[in-house]
Design a protein around this ligand. Sequence first.
Ligand SMILES: NC(=O)c1ccc[n+]([C@@H]2O[C@H](COP(=O)([O-])OP(=O)(O)OC[C@H]3O[C@@H](n4cnc5c(N)ncnc54)[C@H](O)[C@@H]3O)[C@@H](O)[C@H]2O)c1
Length: 249
Amino acid sequence: MAISGGCGDIGQATARRLAEEGARVVLLDRVSKDVLAADLSNNEQIAYLYCDVTNRDSVAAALTTLVELCGRLDVAIANAGMVANERFLDLEPANLRATMEVNFYGAFNFAQLAARLMVSQPLSDRGIRGKILFTGSWVQDMPFPQGTSYISSKAALKMMAMVMAQELAHQGVRVNTLAPGIVYAGLSKKLHDADPDFRGRVAAAIPLDEMQSAESVADAYAFLCSSDSDYMTGASLLVDGGATLVKRS
Ligand SMILES: NC(=O)c1ccc[n+]([C@@H]2O[C@H](COP(=O)([O-])OP(=O)(O)OC[C@H]3O[C@@H](n4cnc5c(N)ncnc54)[C@H](O)[C@@H]3O)[C@@H](O)[C@H]2O)c1
């Protein structure tokens, strides 16, 4: 299986969990593998390949190498992402463009090239050719201040996944989105630690009162990668500590 943005916090937690389940995991990222935790860089089930998802040649080259290494691609998790929070009136067009470039166009590149690969490979013994998963976000269905670029990219991703699921259903490819909440890791951890205003808004937003862990996201991915979810396609699995509910206390 492959995880784009695999060297980030959620990518690493997911790789660790899926390797524990016995999967062979290839991390694709544009940062160097030097950022990997020691237990991952020393794990024989986990490999790293350079990949910039905004560059189709880079994605194609990484997938070719991956097939040489692993023989086939059973699961592709389009997880690479970035965030640029700005108030709508101040939003820099270049930041909107960059966010869509990574979060949406990059996910499209990875998912389309992975899907082309999957439809050409034989059915697995589970009767499917592959699974494509997207890291969405609870905000894909929910406005959040300063989130125009990020939220619009995740809403677009969710709809792309549904269209893909519909078109690929008869070709043995499942397509689903995982929508985490506000994770104390990666993108949100940086914002949380740097911005008191963000901290205040987060505290007010989560009914379960604590930020999500990257391991909680990995648990949900373990389900989506397993045969337990084989009947799911075109769905979005929301695991957000209730953030989508409006907190009323
Ligand atoms: N942290 C959260 O609260 C949260 C919540 C919901 C969803 N998400 C989503 O989870 C995913 C992972 O985010 P994270 O929180 O682990 O952040 P992170 O910054 O730790 O990881 C993001 C990874 O994506 C990689 N990346 C960025 N642009 C890339 C490109 N062009 N090509 C290849 N790799 C690229 C980065 O190098 C990084 O390793 C993102 O899609 C994010 O939107 C995060």
